[in-house]
Design a binder for this molecule. Structure first.
Ligand SMILES: [Zn+2]
Length: 115
């Protein structure tokens, strides 16, 4: 388990079919989908905006979450800009109930300013 290489608050993540993807998985899936697309599909870019058919990029900078985010494919921790009160409570609960767990140690490190 390692922290992402991106600076706090600036990480890009992807949403695809309602799931979060880290930068690497999102980019990889985008390439795979483009390789399988027909030339006609590639000429239209409407489908590129639809997260049901293509991973859409977002910035964590202005986002706020009720829980810490992990990639749905590789479980990589995705750095989030802000946690809601519910998110802070969730992190505190995880750290309290599973103090020796890798995830707890990651949260303790990453969210040390709010714990
Ligand atoms: Zn991933």
């Amino acid at each position: 388990m390692t922290l992402s290489r991106y600076q706090f608050g600036y990480e890009t993540y992807f949403i695809f079919q309602g799931e979060l993807l880290c930068f690497d998985c999102g980019r990889k899936l985008r390439e795979e989908i483009k390789e399988e697309a027909t030339p006609e599909e590639l000429e239209t870019d409407i489908w590129l905006m639809d997260s049901d058919s293509y991973p859409v990029a977002h910035s964590m900078m202005n986002s706020e979450w009720d829980y810490p985010c992990h990639c749905s494919q590789c479980s990589e921790f995705i750095e989030t800009a802000n946690l809601t009160d519910a998110g802070v409570a969730y992190v505190k609960e995880v750290v309290k109930t599973h103090p020796d767990n890798d995830i707890s140690e990651l949260y303790e490190y990453y969210y040390s300013d709010i714990l």
